[in-house]
Design a protein around this ligand. Structure first.
Ligand SMILES: *Cc1c(COP(=O)(O)O)cnc(C)c1O
Length: 382
């Protein structure tokens, strides 16, 4: 199978050079728009492309307000801040995620509680979340959700749509309403992924998208906060731009703010990339289908979108029968210049999160030991 896979990837990308996991493609108006920002001198946080990019994302996702940020981690930090997460709070999330999810929490003085993922979505499991709260939490007289053994407040639930596969959002929202928790989606990987027809990141009150170089579209570095409610969106925009009160020349700031606004230079790239997003999605779905066929008669199981969802198939993934075959596949493909990668090590194994509270993580541990990501760049039309 390993050689068959290497041959398939080489045939698909039609090259004998190194094949990365996910590379950006600039085949549209990227150069023209970026050049335009330089010629206009508006390369920084003021300029028409930033607002245009936000409008693009609003129209595409259907969110009430999109607020551009310098990267996905900053967008997530802003989303958690707007959700009311404060120092000392606990936040439920998955141990099977990229470290940025937890870094954003850490730097707010909050701490994660790790709950298991679903075998179907690879993202936060609604049943495990509900069970964890039943066993470990109470709602106090003020309506706050309190973690029983520590006495600390649990403020939010942060599911992450792993590799673009949407989690069970309706069920998670029900759990959040019952326990008075804010749903904040880490939609960093899921631009172009829909849950029961709704774009990911539009079900929670706040969410964050990333436009890092390896994501489905890129702005070099960049992110976006999605706000479900317009008034929250207006406030989010305010805090990401130093909370400056508009005035022709006076500097007055009415609350602590961030300097997180995406530069116009980067937003120009984003506007051009949004124009080709539908094409990328089509190409990635085609590629996922080909991988699925390739692995159909093998002992490897190709990860498909959950039935309730349409995934962007950001990173294709397979589940290996055991760790030995996983390690062999990683070794042979990488030696031959076809990049494959194991999934992230679970967050509770990292020194800064090893003492964080956690539930049973059986599925997360199983995925960690068996999953491999495969080259997933949109196939260039030849
Ligand atoms: C990429 C990513 C982020 C952070 O995005 P940056 O733009 O790199 O800061 C956050 N969470 C997840 C799950 C990601 O994959």
């Amino acid at each position: 199978m390993n050689n068959k896979l290497i041959q398939f990837v080489r045939d698909t990308y039609q090259t004998n050079d190194f094949i990365p996991l996910h590379a950006p493609t600039f085949s549209g108006n990227e150069k023209a728009y970026v050049t335009d920002t330089i010629e206009s001198t508006f390369v920084s946080s003021v300029g028409k492309y930033v607002e245009d990019f936000e409008k693009h994302i609003e129209a595409y996702t259907g969110t009430a307000k999109a607020v551009a940020a310098v990267n996905g981690t900053a967008a997530l930090h802003t989303a958690l801040y707007m959700a009311g997460v404060k120092a000392g709070d606990l936040v439920i999330t998955q141990a099977l995620t990229f470290v940025a999810t937890c870094n954003a929490l850490f730097h707010m003085g909050a701490e994660p509680i790790f709950v298991d993922v679903s075998k179907i979505s690879l993202g936060l499991c609604s049943q495990a979340t509900s069970d964890f709260l039943d066993d470990n939490a109470v709602v106090n007289n003020e309506g706050e959700c309190i973690h029983k053994t520590s006495g600390r407040r649990i403020k939010a639930v942060v599911p992450m749509h792993t590799f673009g596969h949407p989690v069970e959002l309706d069920e998670l929202l029900t759990v959040c309403l019952k326990w008075n928790l804010v749903l904040v989606e880490d939609a960093a990987e899921s631009l172009g992924s829909f849950y029961k027809g709704k774009h990911t990141g539009t079900i929670g009150d706040f969410s964050a998208i990333s436009f890092n170089g390896n994501k489905i579209i890129t702005t070099g570095g960049g992110g976006m906060v999605l706000c479900k409610h317009l008034d929250d969106g207006v406030h989010t925009r305010h805090v990401t731009t130093t909370a400056k009160v508009p005035h022709p020349y006076e500097f007055y700031h009415d609350e602590p703010g961030f300097n997180y606004r995406l530069p116009n230079l980067n937003a120009a790239l984003g506007c051009a990339q949004m124009e080709v997003l539908p094409e990328f999605l089509e190409q990635k779905r085609l590629l996922a289908g080909k991988y699925q066929t390739l692995f159909s008669d093998s002992e490897f199981q190709f990860v498909v979108e959950p039935k309730y969802a349409q995934s962007n198939y950001w990173l294709n993934a397979i589940i290996c029968p055991d760790k030995v075959s996983r390690d062999l596949l990683l070794k042979e493909t990488n030696e031959q210049g076809v990049m494959t990668r194991p999934i992230w090590q679970l967050m509770h194994r990292l020194p800064m999160f090893k003492n964080s509270f956690r539930g049973d993580l059986k599925v997360s541990e199983w995925v960690e030991a068996h999953l491999i990501n495969l080259p997933s760049s949109p196939i260039k039309v030849v």
